[in-house]
Design a protein around this ligand. Structure first.
Ligand SMILES: Cc1ncc(COP(=O)(O)O)c(C=O)c1O
Length: 288
């Protein structure tokens, strides 16, 4: 891992320089790809939507039958101290929980909890303006509700993506859309309703933030989204912590709408930026 030597990480119950943060090869993450993680942004020392990410981290761990070695208040304190030590202006914090050091390479040991923080690059205005091209692929993630460390299919398809000039994959199963390897997916229909697949997806925090936007001028819902509907969509976009709301301009050989990011997508990106700005403001000091 390219490590910035001035940064700290947390593992084995203590803070360690990131360039000396190692796990043993017997860890089940290495031996069998067994583990979960989560990832959230930190802006000016303030984690964004932290409680939602913590909820999902503990839920993922439970789905893989892994016990998080720290209770929530203690994990929150570790995150606070890591942010305080590293003092990065804009970063991503990763919580990683592995199957632990396995005696026989298959049965879990005591889970290893690793917390790292690294500088973060978000999509540039030029990348947002250009949008992204997707190619579809028939696959459903195993245990879709868990944010597991298994990205075998998405990573294996990277060369194919490059060869076809696409930026990411869109998973479907027998014509029913689910999500992208690292992002949720929405379409904007011609009646301006905005729909995201309801089942077999990770409960993305960005997806949920959009679905529960206060005073949205658009009707956002979860529901069935088919491949046929995707090719007919007026607009489409991906959502994730790092991508925010990223316009999709082409899927397979079909150019969506005008081939440019559409007005609904752009408005929803602005709405998300508003929510993020609200989160990153430190809470007002009590009066008196
Ligand atoms: C499979 C999958 N779906 C969706 C997302 C988007 O989730 P979030 O908005 O919480 O980043 C991710 C994020 O990495 C993911 O791995």
């Amino acid at each position: 891992m390219p490590a910035n030597s001035s940064l700290y990480a947390y593992l084995h119950g203590q803070f360690t320089p990131l360039d000396r943060a190692f796990l043993h090869v017997s860890d089940l993450a290495v031996q069998r790809g067994y583990g979960v993680f989560d990832f959230f942004k930190v802006h000016a020392g303030q984690p964004l939507f932290l409680e939602a990410y913590l909820d999902r981290f503990y839920r993922s761990a439970q789905l893989l039958e892994l016990a998080v070695p720290l209770a929530r208040p203690a994990l929150r304190a570790v995150i606070e101290e890591l942010i305080e030590r590293n003092r990065l202006p804009l970063s991503g914090v990763k919580l990683l929980l592995t199957g632990g050091y396995s005696a026989n390479g298959y049965e879990p040991g005591a889970p290893n909890l690793v917390v790292t923080e690294q500088p973060l690059a978000l999509p540039t205005p030029a990348q947002v303006a250009a949008g992204i091209r997707l190619i579809t692929y028939d696959y459903v993630r195993e245990l879709p509700a868990a944010k597991s460390i298994n990205y075998v299919t998405g990573i294996r398809l990277l060369q194919q993506l490059k060869a076809r000039g696409a930026g990411e994959v869109l998973y479907h199963h027998q014509g029913v859309i689910t999500e992208s390897p690292r992002a949720n997916f929405f379409i904007v229909k011609h009646d301006h309703t905005v729909v995201t697949p309801a089942t077999d997806v990770l409960a993305g925090i960005t997806r949920q933030n959009l679905l529960s936007l206060p005073e949205s001028p658009y009707r956002l819902t979860e529901g069935l989204v088919t491949l046929a509907e995707v090719y007919q969509a007026k607009e489409a976009f991906l959502t994730s912590t790092t991508k925010r709301v990223l316009p999709v301009v082409q899927i397979d050989d079909v150019v969506l709408g005008t081939g440019q990011p559409g007005p609904v997508t752009r408005a929803l990106l602005q709405a998300l930026l508003g929510l993020e700005a609200h989160q990153s403001r430190p809470a007002a000091a009590p009066v008196g």
